[in-house]
Design a protein around this ligand. Structure first.
Ligand code: SAM
Ligand code: SF4
Length: 338
């Protein structure tokens, strides 16, 4: 086994990367069907009994926290469709060592849930929002309501879940005409608008509804940056907690920030500190590799999970291979937990 467990109890992989961040998919279910995230016909759901219960997720978090994991993000599917999510947040917030709990959501249910989540100890949220145009929003999400997501964002902001981060998957011919409008949201709001390159993961079937072919929509970060230069982009580093792999900038005079996440054109694998837990109980060391270590049965047998954690970290690959056009087969983003 190559993953080293030093006396200071940290998880380090074969390439010296310390694992401090656990990304937990709490469900593979979703109330939307975004074109880039899942095939149009949908995907079968995990059976109810196969989804990890909150007590089981907690056991994994407690173990990971003992070995240096400090940051937890809840994702999915859509995490807010899982019953009583604030209870899980409360449980994780009480784990010694966990310093930061955040959530990635499509925001549809945030208007109702932001308050109990904040009371339970949630620190901040990322909301996925690819457009400011209601009709386009419905098209990209195959049925979602822009107004509901927007109301959810405002509610979260009012409750102090800051900084509000918006995740924008930028796609040529789909929403790239809104690049500047999205960036300009940061002028008078202290939000972080983060532009993400489209990853080719189980989403290459024709999107339809007047949208371009998926293979024509990839837009590299370098082009996004060049197109925003006239607005006065100033680099501002990674000074805040949870900036993750985003390269951050500020528009001239802006309160908020603009970030760029480039998994395809400039992968950030060398600094990757992440481990994922899928909703059905597999440890997944890389978003874009189909390597997984199943732990659900071991959990339910009451086994020591440390060897499984070590194995997952040992298997963490040095880099993903998207740049070589190897689209990982198997799960779509909704099933992995993006
Ligand atoms: N349902 C939640 C949401 O939409 O925020 C959480 C899960 S979603 C899979 C997590 C993030 O992955 C979202 O910000 C979404 O935009 C992003 N995502 C999904 N498919 C993607 C793809 N093919 N390329 C890039 N980002 C993707
Ligand atoms: Fe659902 Fe999020 Fe995927 Fe959209 S991106 S289909 S909201 S999991």
């Amino acid at each position: 086994m190559n993953a080293s467990m030093s006396s200071s109890l940290v998880l380090r992989d074969r390439f010296g990367r310390q694992i401090t961040y656990l990304r937990i998919s709490v469900t593979d279910r979703c109330n939307l069907r975004c074109v880039y995230c899942m095939p149009p016909e949908g995907v079968p759901h995990i059976g109810h009994d196969d989804v990890l219960r909150y007590e089981e997720i907690l056991q994994v978090v407690e173990l990971a926290a003992r070995y240096g994991v400090r940051e937890v993000r809840l994702t999915g599917g859509e995490p807010l469709v899982r019953t009583d999510l604030p209870e899980l947040v409360r449980m994780i917030a009480a784990v010694p060592g966990i310093e930061d709990i955040s959530l990635t959501t499509n925001g549809l249910l945030l208007d109702r849930l932001a308050e109990p989540l904040a009371q339970a100890g949630l620190k901040r949220i990322n909301v996925s929002l690819d457009t400011l145009r209601p009709e386009r929003f419905t098209k990209i999400t195959r049925g979602g309501s822009f107004e509901r997501t927007w109301a959810g964002i405002l509610k979260a902001e009012a409750l102090g879940l800051k900084p509000i981060k918006l995740n924008v998957v930028m796609m040529r011919g789909v929403n790239d005409d809104e690049l500047a409008d999205m960036a300009l949201l940061t002028l008078d709001r202290d939000w972080h608008v983060r532009f993400i390159e489209l990853m080719p993961i189980q989403n290459q079937a024709v999107w339809g509804d007047g949208l371009p072919l998926p293979e024509e929509t990839y837009l590299p970060i370098a082009e996004m940056v060049a197109r925003l230069e006239p607005l006065g982009l100033e680099a501002c580093g990674h000074e805040e907690v949870g900036s993750g792999p985003a390269q951050e900038y500020r528009l001239r005079g802006a309160r908020g920030k603009v970030g760029f996440i480039s998994p395809v054109s400039e992968p950030f694998c060398e600094q990757c500190n992440r481990l994922r837990l899928t909703a059905d109980g597999n440890l997944r060391p890389c978003l874009l590799h189909n390597i997984e270590v199943p732990i659900r049965d071991a959990l339910r047998r009451g086994e020591d999970l440390l060897p499984y954690l070590q194995q997952a970290i040992t298997l963490k690959p040095l880099a993903h291979e998207l740049e070589q056009q190897h689209s990982p087969s198997g799960r779509c983003m909704r099933q992995i937990g993006g």
